[in-house]
Design a protein around this ligand. Structure first.
Ligand code: BEZ
Length: 234
């Protein structure tokens, strides 16, 4: 009888699964070492491949931007450490792409030749590949809780502006007790929660502080500077 292998997938609002791993920046104990910081744990299918190279150059170029939002980056693929080191050296020494050159990837890249971590995080999706991780993204908060999960297939490079937008939206929701509408960017109006503390439907509809499209859908302004003051490190 064929073995029915149950693979668990982490879910939003759960604790990030723990692991220890060797990386290009030394050993890490995850998520313990990242307590107090947001962290984006992401996987890529393979070193020395073009989509992944474009992604790493983009992410590495944006690392300081993420750091200012108290967010660290951690990459993973099922390649070994020496492959990672050689690939990152090639990127720095040889690749010039879309105005990016001499790009040094300073964040850790996990070696996962046993696929232990990739399996724990549901990064191996056999319909896509048995031997490579898909492009998974886990945004994890300072308490080690998974707040957002995004998966892309092998052929589709990620949008790193969107990952930054998602990070800032999560932090803004936490800091200001609001939600963010479709395509929200800092400076746009935010959504006021419907239930409880914001008064009756009539009060909401008549409030001068909010714009209500109906009793269940009210927005209010939230200045970009206010968000930056709370979230971004000087
Ligand atoms: C790439 O990064 O280019 C890639 C990796 C694995 C499969 C297909 C594309």
């Amino acid at each position: 009888m064929e073995e029915n292998k149950v693979t668990s997938m982490p879910r939003i609002a759960e604790k990030a699964p723990e692991f220890k791993a060797v990386t290009t920046q030394g050993e890490i104990n995850f998520p313990e070492d990242y307590k107090g910081s947001w962290v984006i744990l992401f996987s890529h299918p393979a070193d020395f491949t073009p989509v992944c190279t474009s992604e790493f150059m983009t992410f590495a170029t944006m690392e300081d931007q993420f750091a200012k939002a108290n967010c660290k980056l951690v990459g993973l693929s099922v390649d070994g450490l020496y492959s990672h080191i050689a690939w990152l050296r090639t990127i720095k020494e040889k690749i010039e792409y879309k105005g990016m050159k001499d790009v040094e990837v300073k964040f850790p890249l996990i070696e996962d030749i046993t696929m232990e971590v990739a399996t724990k995080y549901g990064m191996i999706q056999p319909g896509e590949s048995n031997t490579k991780a898909v492009r998974a993204v886990f945004i994890i908060d300072p308490k080690g809780i998974i707040r957002t999960i995004i998966y892309y297939p092998l052929s589709l490079g990620r949008n790193f502006d969107e990952l930054y937008r998602a990070l800032i939206a999560l932090q803004t929701a936490d800091e200001f007790g609001i939600a963010t509408p479709a395509d929200w960017r800092p400076g746009d109006e935010v959504i006021v929660p419907t239930a409880g503390s914001c008064g009756t439907a009539k009060e909401r509809m008549e409030s001068k502080d909010m714009k209500c499209y109906d009793w269940f859908f009210c927005t209010k302004p939230l200045k970009k500077e206010e968000i930056e003051k709370k979230i971004l490190k000087k």
